[in-house]
Design a protein around this ligand. Structure first.
Ligand SMILES: Cc1cc2nc3c(=O)[nH]c(=O)nc-3n(C[C@H](O)[C@H](O)[C@H](O)COP(=O)(O)OP(=O)(O)OC[C@H]3O[C@@H](n4cnc5c(N)ncnc54)[C@H](O)[C@@H]3O)c2cc1C
Length: 408
């Protein structure tokens, strides 16, 4: 057997959480390695709408919930990174929109106006005059109100590239279909991870394992013989919409529509498919309530909803597709959405779920604090051990509308 290769931290999972953490740790001088089973971004991250939430969505019930408070600082942290002045350099990330919008459906305008005018929300929102609205909300038939939120929207493919590319030397591909052997090392806070089952497999010896594998955390915890923390999944049935041949969508839209519940009735973002056609990606209540529906049923529901919201749009020859995906999070008592990012440590294993792409910076900070508290400190200079230099690196996952979408 080869001599174990010592590293400070081994991260499982190359979604936004693992990648942000890897970049932060390496910048601090930790010798960190990330192991990815499929491709970079292959889990929930490639399905994300890319909204850097500032909490407005969570405050729609009229109260500042725990999540609204925790997430309020995120847009500023991300904007600093996008400008190259933050904890990470994200100047290569494509900004889809500097702002997210919020509009009211019929009959809710006054409720929304008074809520958004409240002291709580005044700093985060601004009422938008007709001429400044997104194109589809400028139609004379539109009777609601539109607010601009301090929430940028990012292209997630460029985000994954910007986070991973500078650290590709430390991002290792796990051999297809194999799981590494994970064993306790010489003491309780020391682990040995054997990368494959070849004759002379390399073994990493690490002080901390960080599980950032999204839905894969449950299987990893089981492999480690740990019953806690428990995980829950909350499925979504998202809908994609693009214009028919020779037509165009009515402009870009990055907006939540306020309905009667705390969850937006619909959340729409705009992206481009592999041929460069614009498409709308529909989430919110439509995607939550669409779980269990067939593609045909969910598309029919989306058509009804869009016709109610934008009766002036002709969608008769539009093309539609669905994308089903589970969100993975720590288990909550009633299965409700957790308030904020989550970190749990036991026996040198840190389990982490950001619960939102926007919360990846907060999650990384929580993990770093756990490392420091546990006496795991960075060394001044810690390159990737040379023994790992020939190990293969994973490729980048494609976004659902670039690859898998089956258009109807
Ligand atoms: C449809 C949808 C839209 C969303 N939109 C937004 C949004 O607009 N804004 C926002 O803030 N949040 C959004 N979210 C939430 C956000 O996408 C997730 O919270 C975030 O992407 C989770 O990132 P992660 O890195 O924890 O997990 P994931 O992205 O799931 O990454 C986990 C990674 O681990 C890998 N993996 C799994 N098992 C193993 C293993 N055993 N070994 C090694 N690697 C493994 C997977 O291949 C994957 O690459 C959205 C979520 C969904 C589903």
């Amino acid at each position: 057997m080869l001599k174990p290769i010592p590293v400070d931290v081994v991260i499982f999972g190359g979604g936004v959480a693992g990648l942000w953490l890897l970049a932060r740790l390496r910048k601090l001088g930790y010798q960190a390695v990330l192991l990815e089973q499929q491709a970079i971004g292959a889990g929930q991250t490639r399905y994300a709408q890319g909204i850097i939430h500032g909490g407005t969505k969570y405050a729609l019930s009229g109260q500042l919930t725990g999540s609204a408070e925790a997430i309020a600082e995120m847009p500023a942290i991300w904007r600093a990174c996008l400008a190259g002045e933050g904890e990470l350099d994200l100047r290569q990330v494509k900004l889809l929109s500097p702002h997210q919008y919020l509009w009211s459906s019929d009959g809710l305008g006054s409720r929304m106006a008074s809520f958004l005018a409240s002291k709580l929300m005044r700093a985060r929102t601004r009422s938008v005059a007709t001429g400044e609205r997104p194109e589809v909300l400028r139609n004379p038939a539109f009777k609601g109100q539109v607010y601009q939120l301090d929430e940028p929207v990012l292209d997630t493919a460029s985000l994954l590239k910007a986070l991973a590319t500078p650290h590709l030397d430390a991002i290792l591909q796990l051999p297809d279909g194999t799981s590494p052997r994970i064993e306790r090392g010489s003491d309780d806070h020391n682990w040995q991870i054997t990368l494959n089952h070849s004759e002379h497999p390399p073994t990493l010896q690490t002080k901390r394992i960080v599980l950032c594998a999204g839905k894969g955390n449950a299987a990893l915890l089981q492999q480690l013989g740990m019953a806690q923390p428990a995980m829950q999944t909350r499925p979504l049935n998202m809908v994609l919409l693009r214009a028919g041949p020779g037509k165009r969508l009515p402009g870009e839209l990055y907006a939540h529509c306020l309905g009667t519940s705390a969850i937006p009735r619909i959340t729409i973002t705009t992206h481009q498919d592999a041929q460069g056609n614009s498409l709308w990606y529909l989430g919110g209540q439509l995607a939550e309530q669409g779980v269990g529906r067939s593609d045909a049923e969910q598309i029919a529901a989306a058509q009804v909803e869009l016709t109610r919201l934008f009766p002036w749009l002709d969608l008769s020859d539009a093309q539609w597709a669905c994308a089903q995906i589970d969100r993975a999070e720590p288990k909550t008592p009633q299965g409700e959405r957790p308030d904020t990012s989550y970190v749990h440590q036991q026996q040198g294993v840190i389990t982490a779920w950001p619960t939102k792409l926007a919360l990846a910076p907060r999650l990384a900070q929580q993990v770093i604090e756990q490392l420091v508290q546990g006496g795991v400190h960075a060394a001044p200079s810690s390159p990737v051990p040379p023994e790992l230099s020939s190990w293969p690196h994973p490729g980048f996952a494609r976004l659902p509308w670039q690859e898998d979408a089956v258009w109807n």
